[in-house]
Write a protein that binds this ligand. Sequence first.
Ligand SMILES: Cc1cc2nc3c(=O)[nH]c(=O)nc-3n(C[C@H](O)[C@H](O)[C@H](O)COP(=O)(O)O)c2cc1C
Length: 337
Amino acid sequence: MLKIGSLTLDLPFILAPMAGITDLPFRMICRRFGCELAFVEMTSAKALVYENRKTEKMIATRPDDRPLGIQLLGTDQEFILKALDIIRKYEYDIIDFNAACPVTKVTSKGEGSGMMKEPRKLGRLLKAIVDHTDTPVTVKIRAGWNERSVNAREVALYAQDAGIKGLFIHGRTREQGYSGRVDYNVIREVKEALDIPVIGSGDVFSPLHVKKMFDETGCDGVAIARGSFGNPWIFRETAGFLKDGVIPPRPDIQEVADIMADHLKSIASYHGRVTTPVVFRKLFAWYIKGFRDVKPLKERAFRAKTTDEMLALITEFGENASYSQKAESVSDNLLEL
Ligand SMILES: Cc1cc2nc3c(=O)[nH]c(=O)nc-3n(C[C@H](O)[C@H](O)[C@H](O)COP(=O)(O)O)c2cc1C
């Protein structure tokens, strides 16, 4: 169980917010396999205030897409508070504030992980957010800006003083981006310093990585990010593993193909059929990873021009036993830590 303010989750793992990835179709596929809390894609407070149509579509949800958090990005208090007023109607379960995004376009404005350089300012902003909403507020931070300024503990203490109800930490510095290994020590230090729940993030690609994050850091919850790419089953497998110590069997090829087809169709109804083949390309590649002899199929998927063409390739994949799963993707993929 994991409690973040008024929100109680049965399972202590979460689908991490991921820009360009965790749209409504992606979240709903993960929810089928037991994902509880998910986040809409990172949302700029300014974009929301200017009523950017794309932004409103991005944060759209539906009644069974619950519990759901939104993650706001910004540095200007006025815009952030206005954004909170705009999103009130969606009744999100969590409002997270992004102090972790490493993208230069974002940090050059002092936003995202740029906030790690200004812990006091971050604290003040979080306090203003907490005072402005009844929804539990959390923050997502990184280990620090770079290896010479690992200040997650200090930042986390300012954030806690502001009255937030939980803290997400990606155990890499901004300079690391997504490379190198996650630093469990910094997550542990933050966990030990705080009284609120700490949710660890970084290098979580299997149920064993989830357990490792708990064991190494003592954190209260774990965020699953890249480990969910083409692998919504990670939620089912993690729940099984944490409960019984046994990882449920990997899906067979037909189950993978069925989920791919459902995912494709929901993307078509959400994004529109014209852009669907382009949106689905990377997902196609992620789903078939770990199966034998799929390179030519993947190349054809990258050239597919229509949703029907993509669907035909998925059917071909599901019906062709020669694309058997590599043994190592069933075992090593889960065991490699
Ligand atoms: C494509 C992509 C987009 C991401 N977008 C966000 C984001 O919008 N907000 C955020 O807090 N983290 C974002 N992240 C970071 C993840 O939530 C997570 O902290 C990070 O990937 C580390 O976990 P992992 O090593 O298990 O993937 C993103 C990561 C990826 C790969």
